[in-house]
Write a protein of this length. Structure first.
Length: 160
């Protein structure tokens, strides 16, 4: 695929913006000791499903995965390293939040009918994966060219 300077600039900017969104969320959640139970217990449409993750036995794992997942996805997107791995997890989080905010047919507020920013973010991340965003001024392209990756072809899908 041929990319213009504008294409590469847009890919880079979107990768950084999405990365910052996740990085800030993770940092804030870790610093403030955010408790996902409060969020999960207020889910309306799929409450029975989401309340499973707020059970006392599961909540510590849920908290850990949410906080550190946000942080690691953000670091991956900003650095452009392992975008192919972190991207699907970012999409999964966005789709999960989409359903968690749903008050069918509205999403979070009455101004969002069936669509909200979570779906837009998920779509942007899919687009970044498809356009190999980690190779645009990111570390994926640098790591892919390393001798170690040539010697161990199993590593190529991580950064390819």
């Amino acid at each position: 695929m041929t990319e213009t300077k504008l294409d590469r600039g847009v890919i880079f900017v979107l990768r950084i913006l999405m990365g910052w969104t996740f990085l800030y969320a993770g940092t804030w959640q870790i610093w403030t000791n955010f408790d996902t139970a409060g969020f999960l217990n207020h889910v309306v449409t799929l409450h029975a499903f989401f309340s499973i993750f707020a059970q006392p036995a599961v909540l510590p794992l849920t908290d850990f995965l949410v906080k550190w997942g946000h942080l690691l996805i953000g670091l991956s997107l900003i650095s452009g390293l392992f975008v192919r791995i972190s991207g699907p997890f970012g999409v999964l989080l966005m789709i999960t939040y989409y359903f968690a905010h749903m008050k069918f047919p509205y999403i979070e507020e009455n101004v969002n009918f069936l669509v909200d920013y979570h779906l837009v973010y998920a779509t942007v991340i899919v687009w970044l994966i498809a356009h190999r965003a980690g190779h645009v001024w990111g570390l994926d392209g640098l790591v892919e060219r390393m001798h170690m990756v040539d010697q161990h072809p199993a590593l190529k899908p991580l950064v390819g």
